[in-house]
Design a protein around this ligand. Structure first.
Ligand SMILES: [Zn+2]
Length: 278
C-alpha cells in the first residue's frame, strides 16, 4: 500500500526542485539486476548531480551551499557490507562513467576465501532476525582485500562497517564494541594503506544505534552514516542520513524516496539520534 502511494505521488509530482544532498546505499546487486542498476545510474546522471565522497563532505562542512558551485540536487553512492557484486558493477558501470563511490566494509567478511564460508557468514551475520530462514543468492560472495585495493586505486573511498556486522546497540561489553568499531578500522587501514574517516551503522535503524556506540564512533571517525532517510544539505551534524535502495522496488518508488516524499516519517528519529552526539 505504501509503495502504491509513493509510486503515485512520484507519478503526479515528479522530481522536486528542492536543494538536496542524498546519500544512497546499495547492498548485494544480483546479476539479474545489473541492467536495472545501470538504468538507475543513468537516470540519476540525468536528473541529479552524482558527487564524490569528498564533494559530499565539502557540502556537509559548508555553511552555505551557494558558496559551492554545485547543482541543487546532489547524490552520493555508497555500498554496504563488501559483496563481490559491488566490485563487479563498479568495474562494469561506475568506473567507465568516472563515478566515485564510498564502500562500507565488514572487515572479517573480506578475509574469507571460499563461497561456502561467505554464505555461512552472510547467514550468521547479515540478518537481524536469526529465526527466519533467509534465502541467500547462490552467487553471493565477498570482496577480497585485493578487491578493496583495486577500488582505492580507482579513486573510490573505503569506510568502516564493523568487524562481524554485529548490532552495536545490543553489545554490552566495551571490549567487543572496541573490536567491532576500532580494531576493524585499524585492520583495514594497515592492510590497504589508507586512512578511514567514514563509518556506517550496521542495520542502520534507530533500534541498532545507541549513545555508547555513537560516542566511540565519533571519537574515531569524522562521519557517521545511519540508515535513516533524509536530506543532508544544511544539516549541522556529522551524523548523516541515507536512503537504502532495494533493487526489487519500482523505479518510481526509489525516486519518491530520493525526492524526500517520506522524509517526515524519519524526523523524530533523527532528532533523537542527533541528540546523542552532544
Ligand atoms: Zn550492513
Amino acid at each position: 500500500m505504501k509503495k502504491f502511494i509513493l509510486k503515485n505521488l512520484f507519478s503526479i509530482f515528479g522530481e522536486k526542485k528542492k536543494e538536496q544532498l542524498r546519500i544512497i546505499t546499495f547492498h548485494d546487486i544480483l546479476r539479474e539486476d545489473h541492467d536495472k542498476f545501470l538504468n538507475l545510474i543513468q537516470y540519476l546522471k540525468k536528473n541529479w548531480n552524482i558527487i564524490t565522497p569528498d564533494q559530499s563532505k565539502n557540502i556537509i562542512n559548508s555553511k552555505d551551499l551557494k558558496d559551492l558551485k554545485v547543482n541543487k540536487k546532489n547524490i552520493l553512492i555508497t555500498f554496504d557490507d563488501a559483496f563481490k557484486s559491488q566490485k563487479i558493477i563498479t568495474e562494469k558501470f561506475l568506473d567507465p562513467l568516472n563515478i566515485k563511490a564510498l564502500f562500507f566494509i565488514v572487515s572479517d567478511f573480506v578475509k574469507i576465501s571460499s563461497k561456502d564460508e561467505a554464505h555461512k557468514f552472510i547467514k550468521k551475520n547479515f540478518f537481524k532476525d536469526q529465526n527466519l530462514d533467509h534465502n541467500i543468492d547462490l552467487e553471493a560472495n565477498n570482496m577480497s582485500l585485493d578487491d578493496l585495493r583495486y577500488l582505492v586505486s580507482k579513486g573510490h573511498t573505503i569506510g568502516g562497517h564493523t568487524k562481524t556486522h554485529k548490532q552495536l546497540s545490543k553489545i554490552k561489553d566495551k571490549d567487543t564494541l572496541i573490536k567491532e568499531i576500532i580494531d576493524s578500522k585499524k585492520f583495514l587501514e594497515n592492510e590497504i594503506g589508507i586512512k578511514i574517516e567514514d563509518f556506517a551503522y550496521t542495520f542502520g535503524d534507530l533500534d541498532s544505534i545507541n549513545k555508547v556506540s555513537v560516542d566511540i564512533i565519533m571519537k574515531n571517525f569524522n562521519y557517521l552514516y545511519s540508515g535513516l532517510r533524509g536530506n543532508n544539505s544544511n544539516i549541522s551534524s556529522k551524523i548523516l542520513r541515507r536512503d537504502a535502495v532495494d533493487m526489487k522496488e519500482d523505479f518510481e518508488v526509489i525516486s519518491a524516496y530520493l525526492n524526500g516524499y517520506v522524509d517526515l516519517i524519519y524526523n523524530k528519529k533523527l532528532i533523537k539520534l542527533e541528540k546523542w552526539n552532544c
